[in-house]
Design a protein around this ligand. Sequence first.
Ligand SMILES: C[S@@+](CC[C@H](N)C(=O)[O-])C[C@H]1O[C@@H](n2cnc3c(N)ncnc32)[C@H](O)[C@@H]1O
Length: 397
Amino acid sequence: MQEYLIAFGREPEFTITELAATARRFALPLQWRLVGKTVGLVTGELSEKFLDALAGTVKVAEVLTEVKVSKEEIVSFLSSQLEQTERCEFGLSWYGPKPPRWLMPVGLSIKNQLKNESRHVRYVTSRTPVLSSVVVKKNKLLPPTGYEFFLLPEGDKIIIGRTIWVQDFEAWSQRDYGRPARDARVGMLPPKLARIMINLAEAREGAGILDPFCGSGTVLQEAAILGYRHLVGVDADSNGVTRTRENFVWLKKQYQQIPEPALMVADISRLPTVLNNSTYDAIVTEPYLGPPLRGRENINRLEQIRQELTEFYKNTIKVLSLMVKPGGRIVMVWPVLQAGKEYLPLPLINEIKLHGLELVEMLPKQIPNGWRNNRGTLWYARPDARVIREIVVLQKQ
Ligand SMILES: C[S@@+](CC[C@H](N)C(=O)[O-])C[C@H]1O[C@@H](n2cnc3c(N)ncnc32)[C@H](O)[C@@H]1O
């Protein structure tokens, strides 16, 4: 069985949880363990389709070997890898805590050795010990012709891999910033988070997916790219629905086989009367997150907002529980307010049981306790955000 090194994104617990959920959906048995805080070592068969479905994985390398920490051994192994090709481009990425002094000399020794054999060789470096996906892609360091060696120290050894896949950063950025209809006032879900949320729903092919707070359509857009065909979007604001529609016109020009979502203007309270109940395999959504905050609100004001949001979310959860099929999942954002250093999550965990829903704890068991919160959910915080997004996965009994 092939071993792979997986470089995590900015939120490792999201990368890991998404990987585990998506592997279940693809029926891929994966064994894995963590190496440090930023890399996972996975054993299994990873197809390109599986990797392209992921949002939280940045880079994947095939494990080639394990060597002792010795400059000579590393130079000899890496040079042997580059032997086959007349011309080659290569780079080194160091995934340990601190890059060793010999890292740059290793690259230069290999380059000089190959040059002495009159081969065309280019050694790609950057200011950081890890080459970014952008550097890897733009400098053609991917197979079949290029090489990025992924160096991961563990104990007195170094695991060496060859990068085979990097995230399509251009496509992600285009879908985030390049789509025509955006509304920063309402707040848009980052496309990667939308994709991860869909993957956490583990919905089968052909599933019906509903976003009842669709806004500019980020969730529906990512679901469409993943191949889901039965998409329904609703928003109380007709401008939201119009933005989703415009974004889908654009999306169809960028990708093949993008389906037409069914779109409708309706308040969440009206959903049970305008859509068929118990119909959706998955509801993936980011509801209203509360009024814009300036960061200067006092605790009384924040408590008042929290109470209003709690009422709104109680009603929303009740409605969603009517729309989802038995066994289906609701993957949703709950806002967490911040009062200075204190967090104010919504007190909804007990509420969900009243509606035949159960919280699904998604983070795999092997993950250390320090990475979990005591609510069984995942928290997504942008560095300067005033509202944290709590990602909650609920299953209908
Ligand atoms: C945070 S935004 C969702 C943004 C969306 N995820 C996106 O990426 O564009 C919340 C959306 O909920 C809608 N909304 C607010 N209150 C609503 C209600 N009572 N019923 C239905 N939609 C509502 C807003 O119009 C807004 O588009």
